[in-house]
Design a protein around this ligand. Structure first.
Ligand SMILES: Nc1ncnc2c1ncn2[C@@H]1O[C@H](COP(=O)(O)OP(=O)(O)O)[C@@H](O)[C@H]1O
Ligand SMILES: [Mg+2]
Length: 469
């Protein structure tokens, strides 16, 4: 994973990214320390300094340090010895060394001993700035990678994505990888599997999380509107275009546009979108001038796009452009062990919202786990929401769930009912009771409830039949 992330195009971070980084400047030359501190603080580093390696080691013990700027001109220790001691004490701290001559050998030795970078004296403010910025970008990436690894380890997912099933691991790995690139990602999955959630996770776990994330639902907008929404229009481009409007692809500058239900994009707009992706520029409706764009496209669909390509409903070239990286979200029925986690989290949220305690009985949970959930997590959320609305603040039992989930009570299929002869009522009744108990695996209480009689009546009748249940 690390290699993949390191290989992806990382744009240098703005200076503000160094805001939380701590720099320790080590060296005997006070004027040099002061100068470095000034430059570093103008970049947003918090700078402290030490006169000797011994003092530096004490400070490393007691304060947060991300980066050390180590002047190799020292009494006592050689620069490389000092570097080794610092790395030995805090291997996670990066060190930029300052060598006093331009000898390549010293620089090579320093790099071998674990320095991140080096500067040769004399150096300009600009050279120092570049070195500190590079270190800041590197440190920030390192922190992000650590975070991603931790998230993967805990299998808690990204953002609010819930799921510990092994099928979700692959998804998290791809999100981690995709987050650090600007490549398009095609997100596939049935309705309600969390495609938009995944798109948000990719955007908000990446280095451009401060830039806009703009979802566009290609399925719900009228075709003419999608065009002007995405590409913008000039004043008077069409009736009603009283003002010029910037397109979402331009507004999302530096961030992400999420094309939801991309399979619904009309064919002429597919061509326009392809051009936008290829040329990295768009032409607003009614304009003759193109506007450059810098935006990452995430697209999602629950349609079989490959099939749509074969059928000619979706452009092959656009499909390949969008499909640089693709991720499939498994439907809920392929990861049933996540149902309790999801259900509990939804109930917790609803409990908080409604200030009461909702819980699911074991039987109700079993029914949720047995159901196939064609509408996936969204259907599960809606189902629980309805149950909570109907059962204020108490245990949600199996019977409180919709019959589509628990399965309709077994139909009365006795031969007796279809026979021509007149059947005594008690026989029909006996058969109904026996059927109900058998189909509910012997659960007499539930049988009574479903048959619409009290439990004592049921027991009395069973006794009358001499039934052995
Ligand atoms: N893995 C998940 N963890 C938590 N909530 C989820 C998950 N997947 C989907 N959801 C929830 O289900 C609903 C539908 O998700 P959404 O991303 O809109 O699905 P899609 O775009 O695939 O139809 C949202 O309310 C979302 O919060
Ligand atoms: Mg959606």
């Amino acid at each position: 994973m690390t290699a993949a992330i390191a290989a992806s195009p990382i744009v240098p971070q703005p200076l503000a990214s160094a805001a939380l980084l701590n720099l320790l400047i080590v060296g005997e030359d006070r004027a040099l320390r002061e100068m470095c501190r000034e430059v570093a603080s103008s970049l947003g580093y918090r700078g402290t300094s030490a006169e000797s390696p011994e003092q530096a080691l004490r400070m490393l013990d007691s304060q947060d340090t991300d980066l050390v700027l180590l002047d190799f001109k020292l009494h006592g220790l050689t620069g490389v010895q000092a570097l080794r001691q610092i790395k030995g004490a805090r291997h996670d701290v990066e060190v930029v060394v300052v060598t006093s001559n331009s000898s390549v050998d010293v620089a090579v030795e320093a790099m071998k001993a674990g320095a991140f970078d080096y500067l040769s004296k004399p150096f300009t403010h600009e050279e120092l700035t570049v070195a500190l910025e590079r270190a800041a970008a590197h440190l920030r990436l390192k922190a992000e990678n650590r975070l991603l690894r931790e998230k993967l380890k805990s299998k808690q997912g990204f953002g609010n994505i819930i799921g510990r099933a092994p099928e979700m691991d692959k998804l998290y790995r791809i999100i981690a990888k995709a987050a650090h690139s600007m490549h398009p990602v095609l997100i596939l999955g049935e309705s309600g599997t969390g495609k938009e959630m995944v798109a948000r996770a990719i955007h908000f776990s990446g280095p451009f999380r401060d830039k806009p994330f703009i979802p566009v639902d290609c399925g719900s907008l009228v075709p003419t509107l999608i065009e002007s929404e995405l590409f913008g229009h000039v004043k008077g481009a069409f009736t009603g275009a009283a003002q010029a409007k910037e397109g979402l692809l331009a507004i999302a500058e530096g961030g992400t546009v999420f094309l939801d239900e991309v399979g619904e994009l009309p064919v002429d707009l597919q061509a326009k979108m392809l051009r936008a992706l290829q040329e990295k520029e768009i032409r607003p409706v009614g304009s003759t001038k193109s506007v450059p764009i810098n935006v990452r496209i995430l697209a999602a669909t629950n349609r079989d796009l490959q099939k749509a390509v074969v059928e000619g409903a979706f452009r092959r070239d656009l499909y390949f452009r969008l499909n640089v990286l693709s991720v499939r979200i498994p439907p809920l029925r392929e990861r049933r062990q996540d149902i309790p986690l999801l259900a509990t989290s939804v109930l917790e949220r609803l409990s908080q919202e409604n200030r009461c305690r909702y819980e699911l009985s074991d039987d109700a949970m079993k029914s949720l786990m047995a159901y196939d959930w064609p509408g996936n997590v969204r259907e599960l959320e809606n189902c629980l929401q309805r149950c909570c609305a109907l059962n204020s603040g108490r245990l949600i039992e199996r019977l409180d769930l919709p019959t589509t989930i628990t399965g309709a009570p077994e139909k009365f299929t006795s031969n007796l009912a279809t026979e021509k002869r007149i059947v005594p009522l008690y026989e029909l009744e006996k058969q109904a009771i026996e059927n109900a108990i058998a189909s509910l695996n012997g659960d007499k209480l539930m049988a009574a409830k479903l048959l619409g009689i009290g439990k004592t009546t049921l027991y009395r009748k069973l006794k009358e039949y001499g039934a052995e249940f």
